[in-house]
Structure formats: C-alpha cells, structure tokens
Design a protein around this ligand. Structure first.
Ligand code: FAD
Length: 465
C-alpha cells in the first residue's frame, strides 16, 4: 500500500535553483528533502549547461593558445587534439561539481529522493521511480524543475540532429557543424567548436545574432566569430534536416529562396521551455502564463500560499545565478523573513570571445524607465594588462544618472568580463556613484583598471585616453 510519509520542506529539482534553496532552507533551520529525477545532482547547469560548456570553452582556448603563441616566441609543433580526452575532461569537471552538491546536501542533513515528482494536492505529492510510487506530504514546497530545449518541426533529434546536450557530449568532433539559433547558447558552442577547428554555420531566424545585447557589443563578438571561420546567416528560416547516413543536409529559406548546407551534426538551439507540464500543477490549481511560466509574487510564492516556484520556470532571464538568488529568497520567505527579489542588478554573461557581460540597465532601458542617464566608455586597447594578454578588443561602458552620477548599469566586452562585471553589480547594489568607482584604487596593471578609467571618462577627466 502507499502510506504517505510526512515531510517538512520539500524542493523538487536539484539545479542551481533547487539545491541553493535547499541548502539555505536547511541553514535557516528547516528539515529539507530534495526530489530529483536524474541520478546526478546539480540540474541542467552542472550536468549539461553552464559547467560543461565552460569546460569545453576553456579547452578550446588552451588549444588556440597552443597553436597561436608563435608571435610571442612560443612555437609548438605537432599539437595533438585528442577528442576523447577533451570529453573525458568535460565529464570529470561535471562529476566533481555534481559530487559537490551531494556533499553540501550531506553536510546540511538534506535528504534526497531520486524519482519523478507529481503534485497531488496542496499538501502532498507522489514520487514515481520505475514501477513504484510513494506519496509524501509536505508543509512547504519549492518547485525548481527547470527547462528543456525546444524541438522544431523537421528536426527530429537522432544523434546527428541534436540539442545543446548532444553537442556538449559529441563522441566525435564534427568537421562541419550547423547550429540553428544565434542566441547565447548557440554562439558559445559555435565559438568553442570553431576554436577546436570545426567549421561552424549559424543559421539565425531573425536579422541578428545575440539580439539581447546592444549592437556595438555584438559587433566585437561577431567579428571575432567570423575571423575564426564561423559562417553566420541571418534571416535564415530552418526547414528540415535530412540524414543520409553519412551526414545531414539542412534546408533553410533565405529571402524566399531555398538553400542547403551539409554537416556532420546539426544542433538546434532555438530556446528552452519551462518544465511545468506533467508535474500536476493543475491538480492544485497553480497558475501559469501563456508560455507555461508559473506566476509568483516577489517572494517566489505561487497563488497557493505554501508552494513556491523559482528559476527557469518563472519569468525573467533563464540563468543559473538568477535561479539561485530566487531560491534563497524563497527559503527565507518560508522561514518567515520579509525578503523579496530585486532584479535591478542582475548580471548576464555570454562566454564568446571576448566575453560579453552586462549588469543593470543599458542606456536605452534606462531611458525607457524615465531615467535621465549618460554613459562613459573606455577601450581595453588602452589598458596595459589587456594588451599584454593579447586581448585589446572590447570596452567597459558605465551607465549613470546625470544628476547624481549614480551607476545604474554597465556593459563589458573583453577578456574576463564575466569576473569584472561583479564590481559594477556591487556598485549598483550599493548605490555607488561614478566618483566612488573613480576614487577606488585599482591594482596596476589589471583589467579592472578599465573600470576605473571608464569612471574617469564619466567625470570628464580621463587619464589614460
Ligand atoms: P535546472 O538546472 O534545469 O534543474 C532542474 C532539475 O529538476 C533537473 O535536475 C531535473 O532533472 C529536475 N526535475 C525536473 N522535473 C522534475 C520532477 N518532476 N521530479 C523530479 N525532478 C525533476 N546559465 C548561466 O547562468 N550561465 C551559463 O553560463 C549558462 N550556460 C548554459 C549553457 C547551456 C548549454 C544551457 C543549456 C544552459 C545554460 N545556462 C547558463 C542556463 C542554466 O543552466 C539554467 O538557467 C539553470 O540550470 C536553471 O536552473 P533551475 O534550478 O531553474 O533548473
């Protein structure tokens, strides 16, 4: 028989939303149980997203550096790219990080149940594993079931026609690769494979790749992708992929004309959908919008007061750090605290070459919000560290209010932009001004000096440009 087992706080999903929520809830004194259908903990991010993609990108840079350091006086011959070792490295990084989540659960006395959760009512759910099912009751629930790649008609996944997961895990390096979709996931993977020597074609349906970013930001990344041989076709509507056993022929339309391109693999990276179907939301009456995203308040609470939702299944950028942030707030809300989310300083990074990192508002977004803002820009070509690193491309741009010079946004394109952006996220978070940044002593020589220099530009008294 299926006798219910009583639980306290339950989290469905162990991705960056779920595992962080679980750890924080435990730290706040709750007894926490996580339900995860995958054998490995860590969700998309650790298993088949952020972490393995960055491992491949790192190795692809190492390979490029090894090949192209001759003008610095380091010439390598017979450089060997051992693809199975590359894949082994990716796997080992993933294993290490997912083990880390298991360690954190143990340390915080969090129980894990492996199986697929399905809601029954406001206080109970069922977990299915194979043929067995068990009912659990809960006091509070955090849903963090994440998202999955969208499939498009004409592109049935079959090993050659793959999603981002398939592309990360390819057992053979393709000579020719087609990526459908020029969003950040498509462009990051295009960049990595291009570095490895694969010829990549990006087919983008709209008139530009990386459409979330400003034109001058995208231009640098796009020029660099093209320099490494990536073919970028915009306004290309992908129609079908036909597998003839040796490869795939992709048909697309461009200006009403049919075109084809042949490849060893085709990756569909046109976006992701929330995992909110088939989890029993309707059993409880949890409301979603037209896209299937769960409606929540500023604490992550759904319309059912003891059930919360976080991460890729709620509105906003589908990013790991946003999921974790919401997870902490939901855990605090369950603990009775007054915490609410504030998305004013939310960073986003695209790990192409060079990296693109943004935080807060662009000039256009600030103006849309009725803010009277200015911007100041400083190029890495005037930064000694960047030049000595072979990385003179890109810039730092600050966006700040005209009257108070309060920083409300920033865009960085350049080496290590993903790390540099945090200084400016902190600036926004703490209400810092352009003067604050300009008066902060930055170590020399460092990439971070470009941030101080951009503040000097903002004050109208640049030293280094
Ligand atoms: P997920 O990480 O998707 O985790 C959800 C978990 O819930 C999964 O483990 C799943 O098995 C489990 N689950 C689902 N349904 C059930 C159920 N019914 N019962 C039990 N368990 C269930 N973001 C970044 O911020 N930076 C990056 O560099 C980045 N790179 C990416 C690269 C790629 C290739 C991809 C695909 C994504 C990338 N992302 C990146 C996005 C990031 O992975 C997601 O935003 C993040 O994983 C969302 O976290 P989450 O906790 O909401 O869900």
């Amino acid at each position: 028989g299926d006798f219910p087992i009583d639980l306290d706080t339950v989290v469905i999903g162990s991705g960056p939303g779920g595992y962080v929520a679980a750890v924080h809830a435990a730290e706040l004194g709750q007894k926490v149980t996580v339900i995860e259908e995958n054998d490995q903990l860590g969700g998309v991010c650790l298993r088949v997203g952020c972490i393995p993609s960055k491992a491949l990108i790192q190795v692809s840079h190492d390979y490029q550096t090894t090949l192209h350091s001759a003008d610095e006086g380091v010439a390598a011959s017979d450089v060997d790219l051992d693809w199975s070792k590359v894949q082994g490295y990716r796997g080992s990084v993933v294993q290490r990080m997912t083990n880390g989540v298991a360690y954190l659960f143990k340390k915080n006395k969090i129980d894990v149940i492996h199986g697929r959760a399905f809601l029954k009512d406001q206080h109970s759910l069922r977990v299915m594993k194979g043929d067995s099912a068990q009912t659990y009751t809960f006091k509070n629930l955090i849903i963090a079931t994440g998202s999955h790649p969208i499939e498009i008609p004409g592109f049935k996944f079959n090993g050659r026609v793959i999603d981002s997961t398939g592309l990360l895990e390819l057992q053979q390096q393709p000579k020719e690769l087609v990526i459908i979709g020029g969003g950040y996931i498509g462009c990051e993977l295009a960049s990595a494979y291009a570095n490895f020597g694969t010829h990549v074609t990006i087919l983008e349906g709209t008139d530009a790749i990386l459409r979330n970013y400003e034109k001058d930001v995208v231009k640098i990344a796009q020029t660099n992708l093209e320099k490494r041989g990536v073919t970028i076709v915009t306004n290309a509507m992908a129609k079908s992929a036909v597998d003839d056993g040796n490869g795939v022929t992709v048909t697309y339309t461009l200006n009403d004309k049919e075109e084809t391109v042949n490849a060893d693999n085709v990756c569909v990276a046109v976006g992701r959908r929330p995992n909110t179907k088939d989890i029993g939301l309707e059993q409880v009456g949890i409301q979603t919008d037209q896209r299937g995203l769960i409606n929540v308040d500023a604490q992550g609470r759904t319309n059912i007061n003891n059930i919360y939702a976080i991460g890729d299944i709620v509105a906003g950028a589908a990013l790991a750090h946003k999921a974790s942030y919401e997870g902490k707030v939901a855990a605090e809300a369950i603990a009775g605290q007054k915490s609410v989310v504030d998305y004013r300083a939310m960073p986003a990074v695209c790990y192409v070459d060079p990296e693109i990192a943004t935080t807060g508002l662009t000039v256009a977004e600030a103006k849309d919000q009725g803010l009277d803002v200015k911007s100041a820009k400083f190029p890495f070509s005037a930064n000694g560290r960047a030049v000595s690193m072979h990385a003179p491309d890109g810039f730092v741009r600050l966006v700040f209010t005209k009257d108070q010079s309060q920083i409300v946004g920033a865009q960085i394109v350049g080496a290590d932009a993903s790390d540099l952006i945090s200084e400016l996220t902190l600036a926004i978070e703490s209400g810092a001004t352009v003067e604050d940044v300009a008066l902060t002593v930055h170590p020399h020589p460092s990439l971070s000096e470009a941030i101080m220099d951009s503040a000097d530009v903002g004050l109208g008294m640049p030293t280094n440009i």
